[in-house]
Design a protein around this ligand. Structure first.
Ligand code: GRF
Length: 197
């Protein structure tokens, strides 16, 4: 049975595009929704250009009332009956209640080799630490931020002269390979972690 995938974004949605464009042919999943927490998210137009249903649930009217925001988020998401949720550059922290609702079927991509560098500014932190390499991780989402079971990682070398921006760009190229690879396995019921290269 083809799995239905809802993808949550906040910005340009390059990871969303990679995921959507990977779900073709004998892939066990298809996108059913791209949802953004802002009408200004550039990824919405990319999803619409691909014929994917889109929605916006703006967090700002809820003025910090996370429960109310997440109740609307869940209502819109559940109306499309997804089997899997993919957070792809979604920049809102989700409460335990929301995460528990989708536990075991919600994925996220984080731009570091977890468990290193949970949270923000991961590329700058890796450079400051003088790490020889860096990368990205796809993990199942659990209530603890960036802590869930790892489903895949992609590693890149840190090069002399790297800035946070040049390192982020190199990692992003790998994100676009890793996330679709993990999603295809996950949708087929395979949770064996993937390590690239
Ligand atoms: C990516 O670096 C991803 O790792 C992080 O958000 C960034 C935005 O990616 N979660 P996208 O172009 O919006 O998919």
């Amino acid at each position: 049975m083809t799995k239905r995938v809802a993808i949550l974004i906040s910005g340009g949605g390059s990871n969303m595009v990679s995921l959507v464009d990977s779900m073709t042919g004998d892939h066990p999943a298809r996108p059913c929704l791209v949802l953004a927490n802002s009408a200004g998210a550039g990824g919405l137009a990319k999803a619409e250009a691909r014929g994917i249903p889109t929605a916006v649930v703006d967090h700002r009217p809820y003025k910090g009332d996370r429960q109310a925001f997440e109740a609307e988020l869940a209502r819109v998401i559940d109306a499309t009956e997804p089997d899997i949720l993919c957070l792809a550059g979604f920049m809102r922290v989700l409460t335990e209640g929301f995460v528990s609702r989708y536990r075991g079927r919600m994925l996220n991509i984080h731009p570091s080799l977890l468990p290193k560098y949970r949270g923000l500014h991961t590329h700058a932190r890796a450079l400051e630490a003088g790490d020889p390499d860096h990368g990205c991780t796809v993990h199942e989402v659990t209530p603890e931020l960036d802590e869930g079971p790892i489903l895949g990682q992609a590693r890149v070398p840190v090069l002399a002269g790297d800035t946070p921006d040049t390192l982020a760009a190199r990692v992003l190229v790998e994100e676009h390979k890793l996330y679709p690879t993990v999603l295809r396995r996950f949708a087929a019921g395979d949770r064996t972690p993937v390590f690239l290269p």
